[in-house]
Design a binder for this molecule. Structure first.
Ligand code: C2O
Ligand code: CU
Length: 563
């Protein structure tokens, strides 16, 4: 094995990489002042930047990230989409796989990359801290290999984010104590800047300078808290070549729809006349819940001698906010690349015991004297199979590893407790969920199918469901109620996209399949932050296999303590 020593500088920190496949990063979590929309506030960041620093690795590498918490409250970091084979210890969700890194303490995550290639991201996984604590992960092909498309001229990252004028941690605390809807964001951002379509448009705007004739690989991350987004660049086509760090058959489109948690690698050729063009992003939102309906902008600026227009050319192809057909038309085009070099591994046969049918709903919990701020004086909640997840105070992983009782129960329902017309007139059916810390235990190596069923309970909307520790194949989807007799025959088992986050259409369903070949404790939840906070979460525990190589690793020596 060849060892290469080199140095590079990232955000002012000198980092030393010792072997070619091991990387070391230091993250300093601290309060930093930022001004956006003419409002200055102190917010938690990593190394003082928003979005935070980019992690660069190659396929199969390992990164050690030492997180120093210099902030005021406990935080954890999650490496979204990194499968972390046998290593749930470094996965990060608070009180699921670890307790928070307390203020003044540090913890080193060992982030193990395996089959991921493309773009992922990292984010805080404690309450709503991910609003300001997140950044991209760029995973290049292994040394000596290249992309399944021509080498791009440059590879800019494009991070879509949410900006709140207030403090996000207070915001979610308030919402959970009153039982009402959390405040919506005040702006969306592209690489940290709202752009010039808001008040205070004199502030900076992200500008991507391009050379005419060159092709760029945009690495797009949706780090937004509560809205799925459309994104488009005026007069330019986008060719999507990867999603969630897995290659797809190229899709050329004038706009994309990207859900919170998802990442896309997109080729952009600067093939228009010398000018400045708007990059715009606004939500896709087709429910009657409250949301931020603003538009964030950035500029694609050609280099060269020309007089720039007073306003950039408009991206008029951006779909209307409630255009679910546009959203569906884009999403339904995604297919895995599925070649000999980039093979896929889709379970072809599933037995009855390996199938989960899971309803996902927004609900309410009865509040004494109807004194809460949710509908009818009740408390807003959310559930999977009518269980609203209760986050424990000792992490589930530790409880599992040490056989502690009274932390969780293993009775997560694999079927809805009641059948009704989920996507139609639901009446009062399961308006109020039960509350519990219920996990589903799965044998090592089993092929698993999960069908997520969106319901019309309280309010229907699109839910981006995310699973830690795996990526899964999206083998089917549809509108209305899933039919377990007829719908499986419509599945794509040939080239389904391999993703870690999948949008379940409003009052529709999505089927995913994967092999449970990663032992550990893995969180599964809606990536709309308010739904996750309300309990639209569950945990899968994949048991150890028969050998050491199929069993969870030992815990690192110093997991953050729980009290
Ligand atoms: Cu992107 Cu559980 O998270
Ligand atoms: Cu949701």
């Amino acid at each position: 094995m060849v060892f290469i020593f080199w140095f590079f500088v990232l955000d002012g920190l000198l980092l030393i990489c010792m072997a070619q496949n091991v990387h070391h990063y230091s993250f300093f979590l601290r309060e930093t002042n930022f001004t956006r929309l003419c409002t200055t506030k102190s917010m938690l960041t990593v190394n003082g930047s928003f979005p935070g620093p980019t992690i660069h690795v190659r396929r199969g590498d390992t990164a050690f990230i030492n997180v120093h918490n210099e902030g005021k409250y406990g935080v954890t970091i999650h490496w979204h989409g990194v499968k972390q084979p046998r290593n749930p210890w470094s996965d990060g969700p608070e009180n699921i796989t670890q307790c928070p890194i307390q203020a003044g303490k540090n913890f080193t995550y060992e982030v193990i990359f395996s089959t991921e290639e493309g773009t992922l991201w990292w984010h805080a996984h404690s309450d709503w801290s991910r609003a300001t604590v997140h950044g991209p992960i760029v995973i290049l092909p292994p040394r000596g290999k290249t992309y399944p498309f021509p080498e791009p001229y440059a590879e800019p990252t494009i991070v879509l984010g949410s900006w709140f004028n207030g403090d996000v941690m207070e915001l979610i605390e308030d919402a959970l104590s009153t039982g009402g809807d959390p405040n919506i964001s005040d702006a969306f951002t592209i690489n940290g800047w709202p752009g010039n379509l808001y008040n205070c448009s004199s502030e900076s705007i992200y500008t991507l300078n391009v050379t005419q004739g060159k092709t760029y690989l945009l690495r797009v991350v949706n780090a937004i808290m509560n809205e799925e987004m459309f994104f488009a660049i005026a007069q330019h086509n986008l060719t999507v070549v990867a999603q969630d760090a897995a290659y797809i058959k190229p899709v050329t489109t004038s706009y994309i729809m990207i859900a919170p948690g998802q990442t896309m690698d997109i080729l952009l050729t600067a093939n228009q006349s010398l000018s400045q063009y708007y990059m715009l992003s606004s939500p896709f939102f087709d429910s009657d819940a409250e949301f931020d309906n603003t538009t964030t902008s950035a500029i694609l600026s050609y280099e060269g001698n020309y007089t720039a227009p007073t306003t950039p050319v408009n991206a008029s192809q951006l779909p209307a906010i409630d255009d679910r057909i546009a959203a569906y038309n884009f999403s339904s085009r995604i297919r895995a690349l599925a070649t000999e070099e980039y093979p896929i591994n889709v379970p072809q046969n599933i037995t009855e015991t390996q199938r989960l049918y899971v309803t996902i709903s927004v609900n309410t919990i009865i509040c004494s004297n109807s004194s809460c701020d949710g509908p009818d004086g009740n408390r807003l909640a959310a559930s999977m199979n009518n269980v609203s997840f209760d986050i424990p105070t000792t992490d589930v992983l530790q409880a599992y590893y040490r056989n502690l009782s009274n932390v969780y129960t293993t009775d997560f329902p694999v079927r809805p407790p009641y059948y009704f017309n989920f996507s139609g007139d639901v009446g009062n059916n399961t308006l109020h969920p039960t509350v519990g810390t219920k996990v589903k235990v799965i044998d090592y190596g089993e092929p698993v199918e999960i069908v997520f069923q969106g319901t019309n309970v309280l309010t229907a909307e699109n839910h981006p469901m995310h699973l830690h520790g795996f990526s899964f194949y999206n083998v089917g989807n549809g509108f209305g109620n899933y039919n377990e007799t007829t719908d499986p025959s419509t599945y794509n088992l040939v080239d389904p996209p391999e993703v870690n986050t999948i949008g379940v259409p409003k009052t529709g369903w999505v089927a995913v399949r994967f092999f449970a070949d990663n032992p550990g404790v893995w969180f599964m939840h809606c990536h709309l932050e308010r739904h996750s906070s309300w309990g639209m979460d569950a945990v899968l525990i994949v048991k150890n296999g028969p050998t050491n190589e199929t069993s969870m690793r030992e815990p690192p020596p110093h997991m953050p303590s729980c009290s």
